[in-house]
Design a protein around this ligand. Structure first.
Ligand code: MG
Length: 381
C-alpha cells in the first residue's frame, strides 16, 4: 500500500525537491495531485511523468494556452481540490506566501497530514491552523530545515521536557555588510544566498532576516514554547540546523549538509526513518570549522519587528507577514530600496489596531488591509 501525495507548488524549489525524493521512494508513496502557480507546461510535464490523477493551475491567465487540456483544473480553488483529494494522505504545501493558507486549513479539516513548507500559513493564522487540525484530526509536520531538526530531536520526548530552542540562521548574503552599506543593497545582491538555493521570496527574506522571524513564530506554534524560549544564533555554514535544550540542561542538535530533501523525506515518514540514499554522506571534516555569532538585531529590523509581532499575537503577525510579502515584491521590482523593507513593515505595524485572530474573515481582512497599506507606502517612496 502506497500513500497518496499532493504537492502544492510543484514547480518551485521545494516542489521539485519533493518530486526528486518521491521518485526514490516509489514503493512507499505515489503522487496523486500537483498544483503550480503559472508554469502550465512544466506542471503538465511533471503530471505526465508521475502519472498524477489531478493537476491544478492557480493562475489561469498564465496557462491560457493549456486550458484546452482536459486534465488541468484552473483557478485558486484547485489548491483546495488537490489538498482534499480522497486519494491523498499527505499534502506537501510548498505554496509561496499567504496563498497557501486555505489549502492547509482544508487539508487539516479533512484529516490529512500537511508537510508544511509554507511557513506563512502558520505565521498569519497559527491559532486557526491549530483549531483546524484539532477539528479534523489532521497534523502539521514541518518541512523547514530548522523545525525538522527540532522535531527530529524531540520525537519520543514529552513536551514538558523541552526547555529552549536555538534556531540557526545563515545570516544571509549581507551578514558581513556594514550598517551603512545595507540600505542600498540591490535585488541581485540579495538573491545571492551563500548556503541555500531557494526561490526569490525566501531568499530576500533570508537577506532581511525576516525569514528567521517567520521561523521563530512558526516554532512557537509548532512546539508550544513561549517567545522567550526561542532564540536565534547566526551560523554561516548552515550545518547545525537547530539546538534543542531539555529541562535537565542537555542539548541535542541535528546536523547535516544543507539539503531540503532530507527534511522533506522526514516530514513524509515521521516518526519513522526510512532507507534513502539521496543525500551526500556527512563528513565532519569537510563541514568544519563551524562558527556561531550573535544576530545583529539593530541592523536587521525586519527580524525584531517580526518576533515582536509574533509575541503581540492576534492579527499582528498577519499584518507583519502581508506587509513583508508586499515589500519584498516591491523590492524585487526595484520600486523600493532594501533599507525601505523594514521601514514599511514598521509603518504598517504601527498603523495597525491589533484584534484577536480567531476567525478566517478577521485574518483575511487584516491581510488585505496590510497589503493595501504597504502598496500605498511603496508608491509614495
Ligand atoms: Mg528554514
Amino acid at each position: 500500500m502506497t500513500v497518496g501525495i499532493a504537492v502544492l507548488g510543484s514547480t518551485g524549489s521545494i516542489g521539485t525537491s519533493t518530486l526528486r525524493v518521491l521518485e526514490r521512494q516509489r514503493e512507499r508513496f505515489r503522487v496523486v495531485a500537483l498544483t503550480a502557480y503559472g508554469s502550465a507546461d512544466r506542471l503538465l510535464r511533471q503530471a505526465a511523468e508521475v502519472e498524477a490523477q489531478f493537476a491544478g493551475l492557480v493562475n489561469g491567465e498564465a496557462g491560457a494556452s493549456s486550458q484546452r487540456n482536459a486534465r488541468l483544473a484552473v483557478g485558486t480553488e484547485c489548491l483546495i481540490e488537490a489538498a482534499t483529494h480522497p486519494d491523498v494522505g499527505i499534502v506537501v504545501n510548498a505554496v509561496v506566501g499567504a496563498a497557501g493558507l486555505e489549502a492547509t486549513l482544508a487539508a487539516l479539516r479533512a484529516g490529512k497530514r500537511v508537510a508544511l513548507a509554507n511557513k506563512e500559513t502558520l505565521v498569519m493564522a497559527g491559532e486557526l491552523v491549530q483549531a483546524a487540525a484539532a477539528e479534523g484530526g489532521g497534523e502539521i509536520v514541518p518541512v523547514d530545515s530548522e523545525h525538522s531538526a527540532v522535531l527530529q530531536c524531540i520525537t519520543g520526548r514529552r513536551p514538558v521536557e523541552l526547555r529552549r530552542l536555538i534556531l540557526t540562521a545563515s545570516g544571509g548574503p549581507f551578514r558581513e555588510w556594514s550598517v551603512d552599506q545595507l540600505p542600498s543593497a540591490t535585488a541581485n545582491e540579495a538573491l545571492r544566498h551563500p548556503t541555500w538555493n531557494m526561490g526569490p521570496k525566501i531568499t530576500v527574506d533570508s537577506a532581511t532576516l525576516a525569514n528567521k522571524a517567520l521561523e521563530v513564530i512558526e516554532a512557537h506554534h509548532l512546539f508550544g514554547l513561549g517567545y522567550q524560549a526561542i532564540e536565534v544564533v547566526v551560523h554561516p555554514q548552515s550545518i547545525v540546523h537547530a539546538f534543542t535544550e531539555f529541562v535537565d540542561g542537555s542539548v541535542l542538535a541535528q546536523v547535516g549538509f544543507p539539503t531540503m530533501e532530507l527534511p522533506i523525506l522526514y516530514a513524509l515518514t515521521h516518526p519513522q526513518r526510512v532507507e534513502d540514499t539521496g543525500t551526500k554522506p556527512f563528513d565532519p571534516v569537510a563541514a568544519g570549522p563551524l562558527t556561531f555569532e550573535p544576530l545583529r538585531y539593530d541592523d536587521f529590523p525586519a527580524f525584531t519587528l517580526g518576533v515582536r509581532a509574533g509575541a503581540t499575537g492576534g492579527t499582528a503577525p498577519t499584518v507583519y507577514n502581508a506587509g513583508n510579502e508586499v515589500a519584498v515584491q516591491a523590492f524585487l521590482q526595484e520600486k523600493i530600496t532594501f533599507g525601505a523593507i523594514g521601514d514599511v513593515i514598521r509603518a504598517v505595524l504601527d498603523a495597525h489596531e491589533v484584534s484577536p485572530a480567531t476567525d478566517l474573515e478577521t485574518v483575511l481582512a487584516a491581510d488585505r488591509w496590510a497589503r493595501e497599506q504597504v502598496e500605498e507606502l511603496c508608491l509614495s517612496r
